[in-house]
Design a protein around this ligand. Sequence first.
Ligand code: MN
Length: 239
Amino acid sequence: MSVAGFVFPPPPQPALAVRGTTARFPVRRIYCIGRNYLAHIREMGEADERDPPIFFQKPADALVEEGATLPYPGSTSDFQYEAELVVAIGRSGQDIEPADALAHVFGYAIGLDMTRRDLQRAAAKAGHPWENGKSFDHSAPCSGIIPVSLCGHPAQGKLRLSVNGQARQQTDLSQLIWRVPEIIANLSRLYRLMPGDLIYTGTPDGVGPLQPGDRIEAAIEGLGTFGIDVGPSVNPGAI
Ligand code: MN
């Protein structure tokens, strides 16, 4: 069946649920921040502690919503979780001043920056881009978005992650090296931020590997919880 104006049907618009409404948040780009908690920089042991945080991206169709299963990806034997506060942008801007930054935020969510750590480490060692380790299919699970009208702007509060009920990550949002206003200001000097952009703000220490069948639960004080199950390997021979 043909679709007017296209040689094949266009892909669906990636989107997330929004608490308090049936309308959905259409996702445009997914920006991520690396090295934004000192304890995680130390556990990774690769970067100079004084190096500033960095930005990378994931494709918007890498989103996985609550209720879906997270496939264990191929080409890795070290699939890892990273719990992160996610900022959802609702107003466009470029060269945004930190003092004005929060006015561009629509809401917040709980995200998982899923990582093929073996591929990420190999790329970093070779001086290659991170995409194979970070920007793969299903690499961006995310909760529904909580609008600022319901949660304010969380600048402190516990962030936690457990696997099969065992605590693995715990920090406080006050430990972010770049806080949300600085993140938006710095990112908006590199890219014009637009409504629908998500920003994964970085993970604390305690990252680690998953196995098929694991249950991940992440929580951020003031935002609630986000849980997801790891499904079977898409490439069983690789584990
Ligand atoms: Mn991360």
